[in-house]
Design a protein around this ligand. Structure first.
Ligand SMILES: NC(=O)c1ccc[n+]([C@@H]2O[C@H](COP(=O)([O-])OP(=O)(O)OC[C@H]3O[C@@H](n4cnc5c(N)ncnc54)[C@H](OP(=O)(O)O)[C@@H]3O)[C@@H](O)[C@H]2O)c1
Length: 224
């Protein structure tokens, strides 16, 4: 698919910033979206993205504003990359219910809200792709991963459902599952880096721009 413009959530740093840069280098006009304005603004200043919109993926009004601003400035959204994510680790009986809910709100509900906001336009144009950043934690269990793994298994399930719903409309959905990738998030864990953000970004770019239309619902593992 030749995407003219893309939204990358959580594009302020780490894997999202690398995805924004990779798409921009491929000629796509990119909006980055996150809560920390300084990081997304710096990305635009560096030329790795064209538009920065501040907000929280778990807030419906922020997501509506994101899509409206993107369409006004860069035109219809051809590619949504649901990359925003948080990690709260802890054994189940020690995890606070508020933390469990927050991880699901950001990692899973956030992706649902963003997909919901771009899909009417994509369906009307019969053009568009959604790439969800799942994880190695989307297909296995990890000690202290009760909230995070549940959110990523859910995101993989959402991807599979999207693929089936979107097939008749000529749209595609993918999951990309990184292993331990060298970012701020990984530094909250005891795991050593096995993957560079740029390597994940190349797989996301391939899903968004190059994968054949006949391919949808796949989970691409980038474990290193
Ligand atoms: N690093 C790994 O080893 C690894 C492995 C597998 C999967 N992943 C997944 O890859 C994605 C990117 O992770 P990363 O390692 O690059 O993490 P990161 O360095 O912590 O970056 C996360 C990005 O998401 C944004 N974000 C967090 N909460 C948000 C919210 N509520 N609304 C909007 N943006 C939000 C952050 O910006 P603000 O804080 O400014 O909002 C930041 O830009 C995540 O979905 C993560 O689960 C990472």
């Amino acid at each position: 698919m030749t995407a003219r413009s893309a939204i990358v959530t959580g594009g302020g740093r780490g894997i999202g910033a690398a995805i924004a840069r990779a798409l921009t280098e491929a000629g796509v006009r990119v909006t980055v979206f996150a809560r920390t304005h300084a990081q997304i603004a710096a990305l635009v200043r560096s030329g790795a993205a064209e538009l920065a919109v501040r907000g929280d993926v778990s807030r419906e009004e922020d997501v509506a504003n994101l899509v409206a601003e993107h369409e006004r400035e860069l035109g219809p959204c051809d590619l949504l990359v649901n990359n925003a994510g948080i990690l709260v680790r802890g054994e189940v009986e020690r995890l606070l219910p508020a933390d469990f809910r927050r991880v699901l709100e950001v990692n899973l509900t956030g992706a649902f809200l963003c997909a919901r906001a771009v899909l009417p336009g994509m369906k009307a144009r019969r053009r568009g792709r959604i790439v969800n950043l799942a994880s190695i934690s989307a297909t296995l269990g990890t000690p202290q991963g009760g909230a995070y793994n549940a959110s990523k298994w859910g995101l993989l399930g959402l991807t599979k459902c999207l693929a089936e719903e979107l097939r008749p409309h000529g749209l595609q959905a993918f999951a990309v599952s990184p292993g331990s990738t060298d970012t701020e998030m990984l530094r909250q864990t005891p795991f050593e880096p096995e993957v560079e953000p740029g390597e994940v970004a190349r797989v996301v770019r391939w899903c968004g721009l190059e994968a054949p239309d006949a391919m949808t619902g796949a989970n691409l593992e980038v474990y290193g």
